[in-house]
Write a protein that binds this ligand. Sequence first.
Ligand SMILES: [Cu+2]
Length: 390
Amino acid sequence: MRILYTIALGFIAALSWAQPVKEYFFLMRMDGEHTLESGHVTKIWGFSPEAGEGGDEELRLPSPTIRVQEGDSVVVRVINPSEEGHTIHWHGLDVDQANDGVPAFSQFVLKGDTFHYRFRATHAGNYIYHCHVTTTLHLMMGMYGSFIVDRPDQRVFAGGPRYDRDYDYLGSELDQSWNDNYMMTGPFYTFEADHFLLNGKSGQQIYADSALHVQLRQGDTVLLRLINIGYGIHTYEFPPAVTATAVASDGRAIPQAFTTSALDLYPGERYSVLLTPNSTQPIDHIRVLYKNMIDRKVKGYNYIPINTSQAPVGIATGGERPSFYPNPVRHTLQIANTDQPIVWRVFSATGQFVDSGSSPSITTSSWPSGWYVVEVQTADEVWREKVVKR
Ligand SMILES: [Cu+2]
């Protein structure tokens, strides 16, 4: 009787694991470095993929995005070679208690230990994984990443709207003094964010990374996966040239999808937002504001560029390209690398004329914050450059 029972149980278990299994291997680490926008290198902790030969993969901020399909069984094997215990909590995913990564209720992964997290990704959507040990410190040190569940039919959820391509943005904050001196951090109320990140980057780092730019041409529907793992409110401001429709939140469809020009994400929240162009304006951006939870004061912001044309802006047609610095700019933009007379014109993100001149330094103090196009003309060349005014 007992044998039959065991066989039956085994059969049920086998059935429930018949779905495709996605496996990940992570090291839990406390020895990473991260370059901030200023160029300063600070310390981070996190999860790095375990490499085969040639040592470990580099530890990055954020930790790698895990991407599986709806219905997949997921196995994440973690090894902890670091000095402290860690866990992984699967924020928003329906996992059982043993796999939930909340230290007192499930498994601590202590120094030298290995653990296998097992669960099923039952609902397409955007999720977060992070260490849940002394969360304020371990999270702030960078032990987090995005967890994306998508569908082969490119619908946001079963029976939901389709999209052509998707982008995921994981917003977070960092207090440099905490990461620089993590042995000396005080209680959490002393945490004061001074770096505001999207996928670990800010300001010019986002501008320089075209993988973070949204490609949005006429007729496209793009899915933005917006995720907040910070300790403040993240407000996404969409430009008038796009229609932004929130269709899902926290891994479930929103019963009444809504269009919005500004969407607030509270800590731990995730939204799926569809973007479609509604004008032929060539240049635009999404602005992300980072607000304090208590007084809602804006503490920082980032821009996500939207490219609406096939041709990248700012590609020279020949000759030596001028350089523009600093970018982002506050007071004065310098145009360098031009050995012949120039004329420059500046246009706003909506294409309106702002200023013109012929000196290689442009005073920008009076410009409102946002994107601009600087057009530089010599006798036989024209260059265009996107510039961010802070
Ligand atoms: Cu940890």
